[in-house]
Each structure stands twice: as C-alpha cells, then as structure tokens.
Ligand binder design. Sequence first.
Ligand SMILES: Nc1ncnc2c1ncn2[C@@H]1O[C@H](COP(=O)(O)OP(=O)(O)OP(=O)(O)O)[C@@H](O)[C@H]1O
Ligand SMILES: [Mg+2]
Length: 404
Amino acid sequence: MIDLKSFSFFSILPTREVEKIKKTCRIQKYTSGTPVYEEGEELRDLIFLIEGEISVVKKHGGKKKTLYTLDPGDIYGEVETLNGTNSLASLVGYQEFQVMFIPKEALLRLIGLYPNFAREIREMYSRHASILLEQGLSKAPFGQIVTFFNVKGGAGKSVISANTAVLLARKWKKRVVVVDLNLSFGDQAILFGVPNDKNIYELSRERPPLKPEKIESFLTVHRPSGVRILLPPPLPELAEKIKPEFVEQIIDLLRANYDFVIIDTNNQLTDMEIGIINMSDTVFLIMTMEMTFVKNTKVLLDLLQRMKIPREKVKVILNRAFKALGLEPSRVETSLRYAISHFIPSEGDIVIPSVNIGVPFVMQHLEGSAILLSMEKICQRLVGEEPDKGTWNMFSLIREVFGL
Ligand SMILES: Nc1ncnc2c1ncn2[C@@H]1O[C@H](COP(=O)(O)OP(=O)(O)OP(=O)(O)O)[C@@H](O)[C@H]1O
Ligand SMILES: [Mg+2]
C-alpha cells in the first residue's frame, strides 16, 4: 500500500484529495533503463516518482547530458504544464522504479484550489525552469510574467505596460493578458477603452475551484489587438477583498495559457507586490528623470537586492527621457549604480491624446518614430530577439533613442 501522505508534495493536500488522486491516477512499475518520456514529446501528465530514480536528460549537439535526477517524492513536468510546451527533456528511470501519472488538468485544478500547493509548485518551477529552459529548445520561454513597477506614481507604468501588451500581440502575434493590480485606482480600462463590468472582484465571488476557463470568462477582450485584460474591482474599497494568494493563483493559471502575463502594479510594496515580484520573470522598474525618482528607485533597487531578487531579472526603464531636463541620463545611471536597460522618449503629443481616446499609441501610424522604436526594443528583448546586453554602454543607447 503506498502512503502518498508521507511525501511532502502530498502532505499539503487534504486527505480526501490525496485519496482521490490515488484512485484516479495511473501508477506503473518499470525495469531499470526504461525511458518514460522523450524530449519534445507531448507531456500529458505530471510525473510523480514513488520509488527508484529518474534522470532528466537533454540532448546537446548529439550528446546527452543529465540535468538532474529525481528521487522518490520528486515531480517532473510542472515547467511544461505551466508553460504549455512539450517535454523539455527525456526521462529515463533506474533501478526498479515506480511512477504515478497525474493528468495536467488535475494539477491545474489543485493549483486553483489550494494556495499553499500552488506556492509549492511554483517553488519547484523556479528551481527547474532555469535549468530546463536555459539549456533549451526555446530561447523565449512561454508564459513569461512581466511586471511594471515602482513605488512612486506617475512614472508611466500603466501606459507602458498597456502599449507593450498591444505591441507583443499585434506585431509578434503573442497571446497576451494584462492584469491590472492597481486594485483601487487601476487605469487599464481607460487605456484600452473597454468597460469594466468583468473584473477580478466578480471572479473572486465565484465558487472555488478557480479554473482556467472560469478566469477566461472574467477577462475583458480588447478586440483591436486580441489582448485580454483582468480588470480591478469597480469600487476602490473592494480592493482589500482581493488577497495576494488569490492573485498568485490566477497568475499561475494564466501563465499556462498565455505567452505573456503583463502586470501593472500599484505604488506600494506589500505582500501582494512582493509575491508578484518573486513570481516574475522580468520586473521593469519604470522611472522618469527627476531626482525624487532617482532616489526612490535607488532605495528600491537596494531593497530588491536585499530580498535576493536576481539582479538579471530587474531592468530599469527611463521613461520620458529627454536631454534638456537639468539631469543628464548618464548621471541617472551613475547615481543608481545600475544600468538603464531602456529609454522611452517624452512624447506628450502622442501619449496624452492616446490615453484620452482609449487607443494605445502603438496602434497609431508612428512607423519610424523614436517612441515606437523604443517600445519595439522592449518587446524584442522580451521575445528573445535582442540579446540582453546587461550593462549596456549608456551613450550608444542614447544615440539609438535620440538618433544622435
Ligand atoms: N513617454 C511619455 N511621454 C509623454 N507622456 C507620458 C509618457 N509616459 C507616460 N506619460 C504620461 O504620464 C502620465 C503618467 O503615466 P501612467 O499613468 O502610465 O503612470 P503610472 O506609473 O501608471 O502612474 P500611477 O502610479 O498613478 O498609476 C500619464 O498622463 C501619461 O500620459
Ligand atoms: Mg498606473
């Protein structure tokens, strides 16, 4: 008799769920050396190893490399399930080994139902995703979470996140969803020119479990681009009803169906934002060329470093960059002691009317304009067309943006 509850993976779940899994999932014994999955094959189930050992192997220029091994109690497949890809590696078992196959749908259901379980899966995902995806088939992993953040308001988080989403959807044909986490005073409905009758508050009132199809039915579609938007509650006071664990579950489930989950945030650093930053593949810190922004962004960068957020995922965007503002971009970078990854020029004549009519400016005919080029650069970096140059030479960037 297998005691699933003795494995930490199942110990988080209520006994009746574990019993259900035991009854419905296929369990199979294999002899040493048997392959369980081939790289590139469709992965319909999550693999849970009950006994024996499994090597996770990847092919590289004709050679095979073992990335890591699974011990009893370990799982394989959460990265593919959440990213919607075929198997990123081959699995070969050693010794007499025994495997349980948990269907993808069952995993998504458990993620939707139990926040602690969702958190556990995400931690495994973070440990495995970089190993599997870095070595991997695709340079641009699916289901990227991209967060636009700063603790000071008015930087352009909402405008830039909405336009990034539209450009990724229209020019790169990506499946994109925007989550407006400015829960009290979100602007995404205005920026996209859509009604806000479907929103996260209505979704939160639905009976659990939280399923991908249910989330989908509460998304607002921006028809001209195909971008989906999860809008905030209709009244500011309802924001407190939305809990961080609920938001994290939603994002986990969205990531399985979309190429990009774009998150617009509020100007604070509560458990909600900390959770989101931890989950994100890229965090764009947006700032403008004012000393107050430089100071706050520096404080924030130091804090993120103390929180052990990997430096390579935090990118600074200098918005409304202009030469004659009494603060040279080069000084901003020196004060921050951090490379500025992107510049977006100040174009009030383009941005403000687009906000007022509810049509993202990247949908207008702006071919060749500096602001469109700067937005395209951000997207190219996200889809992996442009290598991440890390600490880019400041002046080549300025030349690029201002055409100097
Ligand atoms: N590149 C730009 N050129 C000109 N105006 C801009 C630019 N980027 C943003 N703006 C303007 O700056 C203002 C603030 O932008 P936005 O609302 O996106 O900032 P935010 O960071 O989301 O602010 P909040 O913290 O209040 O949510 C808006 O009026 C917008 O039109
Ligand atoms: Mg905003």
